[in-house]
Design a protein around this ligand. Sequence first.
Ligand code: ARG
Length: 579
Amino acid sequence: MAAPAQIIAALLQPVFAELAEGADPMLRPSSRSGFDFQVNGSIALAKKLGRRPDEVATLVSSGVALKEVCESIEVTPQGFVNLRLDDAFLAACVSELAGDSRLGVEIAATPLTVVVDYSAPNVAKEMHAGHLRTTVIGDSLCRLLEHFGHRVIRENHVGDWGTQFGMLIEYLLDVGETEGAHELSVGDLDGFYRQARAAFDASPEVQERARRRVVALQSGDAETLRLWGVLVEESVGYFEEVYAKLGIGLTRDDIVGESFYNPMLGDVVAELDAKGLLVESDGAKCVFVDGWTTREGDPLPLIVQKSDGGYGYATTDLATLWDRFGRIGADLAVYVVGAPQAQHLAMCFAVAAKAGWLPSPEQAVHVAFGSVLGADRKMFKSRAGATFKLVDLLDEAVQRAGEAVSARSLELNDSERASVARMVGIGAVKYADLSTDRLRDYVFDLDRMVSFDGNTGPYLQYARVRCLSIFRKAGLDPADYLGGGVPIQVGHPAERDLAVALTGFPAAASAALESWSPHKLCAYIYELAGFYTTFFENCPVLKAPNEESKNSRLALCALSATVIGQGLSLLGIESPERM
Ligand code: ARG
């Protein structure tokens, strides 16, 4: 264990627990200069015990063990405890961290099986900004989960089933299979969908054919299924191109689309019926759950089977819960889905809990997110008013990054430059998304995203490159300074601040995972880069006063590069070696 915060928390926890069951020390980074941490928990504890906060603070901080790791312990009249780490202890922690390939992150004591439902674009429809968010956030959460030792099952709940397929198949036949397939494969999904809809709207004859086609699809007609397969295949091929561009590891094997659940829907409804949960309302089969009402205050139904016998989106999501907890045996099912679907998911979770499919309510999590906005702060649309094409934006980001990289570094050859431009451009888009609290909306502003200044992806990638360039300049290998063999000193205040920040990595990673909030990890890396800059400006490395100090500072540089790189990698962002 190389993180002082964890060591101190472990010292304080039993002291608090002995005074009152479940009392939490609430150890946080200090807001006061000269201190590293503060203990906030004495105030709540004092209230519980009916004692004075400063008295309780003195009591909990008087342990011998705390004195061994803290150089100063200050109790404030309000009952806070301010802690400053002992330099030797801090130096030992950071030296140990440098020798730990996991950078202090411990494997979860009880590894869980977690199904993560993310990305989920729709067949024959363009991926929009919302799909960018779910894809990028979901990917980062999967990486974090796996890093903590959990077993992750990625499920791409592609929208590949439903009555719209009658219309889409008929259009495919009308334009000709080859032409239609071509439109989809080159990514003109919106064009295809729009034309299909226009043809449908314009002709009662097409509507009738589409209606019959839906029946044929549902009854498993072979030719209809083949045509449906063409639509799915071409669209999925296109999604794969987008994933490749984004560097997202979703594959065909991860697709568990809506059609996968189709054969289960009848059983899902039958089981709800057997459990006495179904209520007929206007011919539809519904489940009512306590606490859900319409705006008028009437009970709000979750419709599981329409009056015409058809199933809908809600039935399919009930089936996802049925399957994930029943067949897969998941401990946790995470839905990375936009905030507007909060009510839909909450109702599905509630029904699944009522039906006994969801072992306990906290095992299904809706990781919601806000919208991507245009410069006018309205929904992000292209100039023509259509939803923008994700690929076009990604290409533009890469192109802009390429220009910025060319303007800065002349020593890269063409192929290096192209690869760096890709990492920087894609990293910029991902970082802009991930660094925003996921529940908040953000403006899609490529100029800001690809900027090398401020809280951006390129700034952090560049910060890491700066850490490494010292080694290149001196003809040294950073790996020689990791492994824990080089003692790290924390004499200079800037060295000390950097060391404290470096040891905060495990806490930042677990805070991000615990709240399903990658932006917490982003904020940490950004702050760390700031401490590195101050260190670099104040502490000469290659011209350090003596050999021990030089080696120690080189180790700090190597460790900073490693922590930034590891942090970015947990966000799904690649790190160029040079830029
Ligand atoms: N395909 C849906 C959409 O594009 C998202 C599906 C999310 N996942 C789920 N299990 N409902 O909006």
